[in-house]
Design a binder for this molecule. Structure first.
Ligand SMILES: [Zn+2]
Length: 157
């Protein structure tokens, strides 16, 4: 099934979604079942895992990133799916902006992790800005703060 998903008018396809009836078996046949569960199939961070068991569980607060690389991937995925509150929450209070605003002309299209150390991750992120493709290359620094990984800053090149 192909559906077009829009959030406040901004189209977020062509990510692939699964739509399942939820709950899968109606308990009362006399009552119409109209609950649908929409899940993003492939996590944008590129692990090949389903979004809800990969970065989705971090975005919804069901788990914490276990490493700097996992946090980096989940922050990229958060940008890609528009979970900008997560981007902000996982940014060190010392370096984070007052808010993270959406950029409707920008669509993130792929992530390649080039090198991952204990507290540094080098990556390349592909994007499409108003139809023009581009790449962002960054070496990011992370820190553990009260047991949680947070993004500190990065060098673009
Ligand atoms: Zn992921």
């Amino acid at each position: 099934m192909v559906i077009v998903v829009s959030i406040e008018g901004a189209e977020v396809t062509p990510q692939r979604y699964s739509v399942r009836q939820h709950p899968p078996v109606p308990t009362d046949p006399g009552r119409p079942a109209y609950f649908l569960r929409v899940t993003l199939d492939d996590c944008p961070c590129g692990t090949g895992e389903r979004y809800d068991v990969c970065c989705g569980r971090l975005h919804r607060g069901a788990a914490e990133a276990a490493s700097a690389e996992e946090l980096m991937r989940s922050r990229y995925a958060a940008y890609a799916v528009g979970e900008l509150g997560y981007v902000w929450r996982t940014w060190h209070p010392r370096t984070r902006p007052e808010s993270v605003e959406p950029d409707p002309t920008l669509r993130w299209t792929g992530l390649t992790v080039l090198d991952a150390g204990d507290d540094e991750v080098e990556f390349e992120a592909a994007y499409d800005r108003a139809g023009t493709p581009g790449r962002l290359h960054e070496r990011s620094r992370f820190e553990q703060r009260r047991g949680r990984w947070v993004y500190v800053d990065g060098d673009l090149s």
